[in-house]
Design a protein around this ligand. Structure first.
Ligand code: MN3
Length: 242
Protein backbone atom coordinates (compact mmCIF):
# COMPACT_ATOMS: atom_id res chain seq x y z
CA UNK A 1 0.00 0.00 0.00
CA UNK A 2 1.37 3.39 -0.94
CA UNK A 3 1.04 6.24 1.50
CA UNK A 4 0.53 9.48 -0.43
CA UNK A 5 2.94 12.26 0.37
CA UNK A 6 1.32 15.52 1.37
CA UNK A 7 3.19 17.50 -1.23
CA UNK A 8 0.48 19.20 -3.20
CA UNK A 9 -1.22 22.45 -2.42
CA UNK A 10 -4.65 22.67 -3.96
CA UNK A 11 -6.92 25.59 -4.49
CA UNK A 12 -9.74 23.61 -2.91
CA UNK A 13 -9.53 21.49 0.22
CA UNK A 14 -11.27 18.50 -1.26
CA UNK A 15 -8.39 17.97 -3.64
CA UNK A 16 -5.68 18.61 -1.07
CA UNK A 17 -6.84 15.93 1.33
CA UNK A 18 -5.10 13.01 -0.36
CA UNK A 19 -3.43 12.03 2.90
CA UNK A 20 -6.67 11.92 4.91
CA UNK A 21 -8.24 8.59 5.66
CA UNK A 22 -10.55 7.28 3.00
CA UNK A 23 -13.12 6.69 5.71
CA UNK A 24 -13.31 10.36 6.47
CA UNK A 25 -13.61 11.24 2.81
CA UNK A 26 -16.25 8.62 2.17
CA UNK A 27 -18.47 9.97 4.91
CA UNK A 28 -18.48 13.46 3.47
CA UNK A 29 -21.19 14.63 1.09
CA UNK A 30 -20.29 14.51 -2.58
CA UNK A 31 -18.14 17.45 -3.56
CA UNK A 32 -19.46 19.77 -6.24
CA UNK A 33 -18.22 19.04 -9.73
CA UNK A 34 -15.99 22.11 -9.71
CA UNK A 35 -14.02 20.80 -6.74
CA UNK A 36 -13.45 17.42 -8.38
CA UNK A 37 -11.75 18.97 -11.37
CA UNK A 38 -9.84 21.76 -9.62
CA UNK A 39 -6.26 21.93 -10.76
CA UNK A 40 -3.58 21.15 -8.22
CA UNK A 41 -0.85 23.76 -8.03
CA UNK A 42 2.36 22.23 -6.77
CA UNK A 43 4.58 24.25 -4.46
CA UNK A 44 8.16 23.86 -3.29
CA UNK A 45 8.05 22.46 0.26
CA UNK A 46 10.27 24.09 2.86
CA UNK A 47 13.26 22.07 3.95
CA UNK A 48 12.62 20.60 7.42
CA UNK A 49 16.04 21.94 8.53
CA UNK A 50 18.53 24.68 7.64
CA UNK A 51 20.72 24.46 4.55
CA UNK A 52 23.78 23.84 6.75
CA UNK A 53 22.08 21.28 9.01
CA UNK A 54 23.55 18.30 7.15
CA UNK A 55 27.13 19.69 7.02
CA UNK A 56 29.67 16.92 7.25
CA UNK A 57 27.59 14.75 4.94
CA UNK A 58 26.18 17.40 2.56
CA UNK A 59 27.44 20.99 2.41
CA UNK A 60 25.14 23.99 2.74
CA UNK A 61 25.77 25.32 -0.78
CA UNK A 62 24.76 22.01 -2.33
CA UNK A 63 21.57 21.94 -0.25
CA UNK A 64 20.73 25.54 -1.18
CA UNK A 65 21.15 24.97 -4.92
CA UNK A 66 19.59 21.50 -4.83
CA UNK A 67 16.45 22.67 -3.03
CA UNK A 68 16.15 26.27 -4.20
CA UNK A 69 17.12 25.77 -7.85
CA UNK A 70 16.81 22.12 -8.89
CA UNK A 71 13.72 21.12 -6.91
CA UNK A 72 12.11 24.51 -7.57
CA UNK A 73 12.59 23.98 -11.31
CA UNK A 74 10.87 20.57 -11.15
CA UNK A 75 7.90 22.19 -9.39
CA UNK A 76 7.65 25.06 -11.88
CA UNK A 77 8.07 22.79 -14.89
CA UNK A 78 5.49 20.32 -13.54
CA UNK A 79 2.94 23.11 -13.12
CA UNK A 80 3.75 24.32 -16.64
CA UNK A 81 3.37 20.81 -18.08
CA UNK A 82 -0.02 20.38 -16.38
CA UNK A 83 -1.33 23.82 -17.33
CA UNK A 84 -2.61 22.48 -20.64
CA UNK A 85 -3.83 19.19 -19.11
CA UNK A 86 -6.73 20.13 -16.78
CA UNK A 87 -7.88 16.54 -16.26
CA UNK A 88 -4.40 15.38 -15.26
CA UNK A 89 -3.85 18.50 -13.17
CA UNK A 90 -6.75 17.47 -10.92
CA UNK A 91 -5.28 14.03 -10.16
CA UNK A 92 -2.93 13.31 -7.25
CA UNK A 93 0.72 12.98 -8.18
CA UNK A 94 0.73 9.34 -7.09
CA UNK A 95 -2.03 8.59 -9.61
CA UNK A 96 0.00 10.18 -12.39
CA UNK A 97 3.05 8.13 -11.40
CA UNK A 98 1.06 4.91 -11.70
CA UNK A 99 0.27 5.61 -15.38
CA UNK A 100 3.40 7.56 -16.26
CA UNK A 101 4.06 5.45 -19.37
CA UNK A 102 1.05 7.15 -20.98
CA UNK A 103 2.06 10.71 -20.06
CA UNK A 104 4.54 13.22 -21.45
CA UNK A 105 8.27 13.20 -20.70
CA UNK A 106 7.81 16.59 -19.02
CA UNK A 107 5.32 15.17 -16.52
CA UNK A 108 7.47 12.07 -16.00
CA UNK A 109 10.68 14.01 -15.38
CA UNK A 110 9.26 16.89 -13.36
CA UNK A 111 6.52 14.98 -11.56
CA UNK A 112 9.08 12.38 -10.59
CA UNK A 113 11.52 15.12 -9.64
CA UNK A 114 9.01 16.80 -7.35
CA UNK A 115 7.90 13.56 -5.74
CA UNK A 116 11.42 12.21 -5.25
CA UNK A 117 12.90 15.37 -3.76
CA UNK A 118 9.92 15.98 -1.45
CA UNK A 119 10.58 12.50 -0.08
CA UNK A 120 14.36 12.84 -0.02
CA UNK A 121 14.38 15.97 2.19
CA UNK A 122 12.21 14.23 4.77
CA UNK A 123 14.39 11.13 4.75
CA UNK A 124 17.35 13.14 6.05
CA UNK A 125 17.97 14.82 9.41
CA UNK A 126 20.95 16.40 11.13
CA UNK A 127 23.45 13.77 12.29
CA UNK A 128 22.33 12.26 15.57
CA UNK A 129 18.72 13.43 15.18
CA UNK A 130 17.38 10.83 12.75
CA UNK A 131 16.80 8.10 15.29
CA UNK A 132 17.43 4.44 14.59
CA UNK A 133 15.58 1.74 12.63
CA UNK A 134 12.51 0.49 14.48
CA UNK A 135 12.68 -3.03 15.88
CA UNK A 136 10.25 -4.14 13.16
CA UNK A 137 12.19 -2.56 10.29
CA UNK A 138 15.55 -3.74 11.66
CA UNK A 139 14.25 -7.30 11.97
CA UNK A 140 12.88 -7.22 8.42
CA UNK A 141 16.20 -5.86 7.08
CA UNK A 142 18.11 -8.57 8.94
CA UNK A 143 15.78 -11.29 7.64
CA UNK A 144 15.84 -9.98 4.07
CA UNK A 145 19.46 -8.90 3.60
CA UNK A 146 21.30 -10.82 6.35
CA UNK A 147 22.30 -7.86 8.50
CA UNK A 148 22.16 -4.07 8.61
CA UNK A 149 25.73 -3.90 7.31
CA UNK A 150 24.92 -6.25 4.44
CA UNK A 151 21.85 -4.14 3.64
CA UNK A 152 23.86 -0.90 3.55
CA UNK A 153 26.47 -2.54 1.36
CA UNK A 154 23.83 -3.75 -1.10
CA UNK A 155 22.08 -0.36 -1.07
CA UNK A 156 25.36 1.48 -1.71
CA UNK A 157 26.14 -0.97 -4.51
CA UNK A 158 22.81 -0.18 -6.18
CA UNK A 159 23.44 3.55 -5.73
CA UNK A 160 27.00 3.51 -7.08
CA UNK A 161 25.96 1.13 -9.85
CA UNK A 162 23.22 3.41 -11.19
CA UNK A 163 24.84 4.66 -14.40
CA UNK A 164 24.57 8.42 -14.76
CA UNK A 165 21.78 10.26 -12.96
CA UNK A 166 19.20 8.52 -10.83
CA UNK A 167 18.15 7.24 -7.45
CA UNK A 168 18.56 4.21 -5.19
CA UNK A 169 15.66 2.95 -3.12
CA UNK A 170 14.56 0.60 -0.39
CA UNK A 171 10.97 -0.30 -1.20
CA UNK A 172 8.25 -2.48 0.26
CA UNK A 173 6.91 -4.67 -2.53
CA UNK A 174 4.29 -7.41 -2.61
CA UNK A 175 7.23 -9.76 -2.04
CA UNK A 176 8.78 -7.86 0.86
CA UNK A 177 11.66 -5.40 1.09
CA UNK A 178 13.74 -4.88 -2.04
CA UNK A 179 16.60 -2.61 -3.09
CA UNK A 180 16.34 -1.02 -6.52
CA UNK A 181 17.60 1.92 -8.53
CA UNK A 182 15.92 4.12 -11.13
CA UNK A 183 17.31 6.36 -13.88
CA UNK A 184 16.71 10.11 -14.09
CA UNK A 185 13.68 11.08 -11.95
CA UNK A 186 11.86 7.77 -12.24
CA UNK A 187 10.65 6.15 -9.01
CA UNK A 188 9.12 2.88 -7.78
CA UNK A 189 5.58 4.30 -7.98
CA UNK A 190 5.86 4.49 -11.76
CA UNK A 191 4.36 1.79 -13.95
CA UNK A 192 7.66 1.74 -15.86
CA UNK A 193 9.72 0.83 -12.78
CA UNK A 194 11.47 -2.56 -12.77
CA UNK A 195 10.68 -2.90 -9.06
CA UNK A 196 7.42 -1.32 -7.93
CA UNK A 197 6.51 -0.62 -4.34
CA UNK A 198 6.30 1.88 -1.51
CA UNK A 199 9.51 3.83 -0.90
CA UNK A 200 11.08 3.38 2.55
CA UNK A 201 14.47 4.99 1.84
CA UNK A 202 15.71 7.01 -1.15
CA UNK A 203 19.00 8.61 -2.07
CA UNK A 204 19.62 11.03 -4.91
CA UNK A 205 22.76 10.11 -6.88
CA UNK A 206 22.56 12.86 -9.48
CA UNK A 207 25.90 14.71 -9.51
CA UNK A 208 24.06 17.88 -8.41
CA UNK A 209 23.45 16.11 -5.08
CA UNK A 210 27.13 15.77 -4.19
CA UNK A 211 29.52 17.21 -6.76
CA UNK A 212 30.58 20.42 -4.95
CA UNK A 213 31.84 18.47 -1.94
CA UNK A 214 32.70 15.09 -3.40
CA UNK A 215 33.30 15.72 -7.13
CA UNK A 216 33.31 12.25 -8.75
CA UNK A 217 33.45 10.33 -5.45
CA UNK A 218 29.86 9.06 -5.29
CA UNK A 219 30.84 6.24 -2.93
CA UNK A 220 32.21 8.73 -0.38
CA UNK A 221 28.97 10.73 -0.55
CA UNK A 222 26.97 7.58 0.06
CA UNK A 223 29.09 6.51 3.02
CA UNK A 224 28.56 9.93 4.64
CA UNK A 225 24.87 9.98 3.74
CA UNK A 226 24.09 7.21 6.21
CA UNK A 227 25.04 9.66 9.00
CA UNK A 228 22.08 11.89 8.10
CA UNK A 229 19.41 9.31 7.31
CA UNK A 230 16.15 10.08 9.08
CA UNK A 231 15.25 6.60 10.30
CA UNK A 232 12.23 8.03 12.13
CA UNK A 233 10.71 8.91 8.76
CA UNK A 234 11.75 5.57 7.24
CA UNK A 235 10.11 3.79 10.19
CA UNK A 236 6.86 5.67 9.53
CA UNK A 237 6.94 4.81 5.82
CA UNK A 238 7.65 1.17 6.66
CA UNK A 239 4.79 0.98 9.17
CA UNK A 240 2.40 2.53 6.64
CA UNK A 241 3.54 0.19 3.88
CA UNK A 242 3.20 -3.02 5.88
MN1 MN3 B 1 18.31 16.01 -7.08
Amino acid sequence: MLRPLAIATAALGAVACTSMSTTALASEPAAPAAAQTAAITYTLPDLPYAYDALEGAIDAKTMEIHHGKHHAAYVNNLNAALASEPALAAEPLETLMAKISTLSPAIRNNGGGHYNHSLFWKLMAPAGQGGTPSAELAADIDATFGSMDAFKEAFNKAATGQFGSGWAWLVMTDDGLKITSTPNQDNPLMDVAAVKGAPILAVDVWEHAYYLQYQNRRADYLNSWWDVVNWNEANSLYAAAK
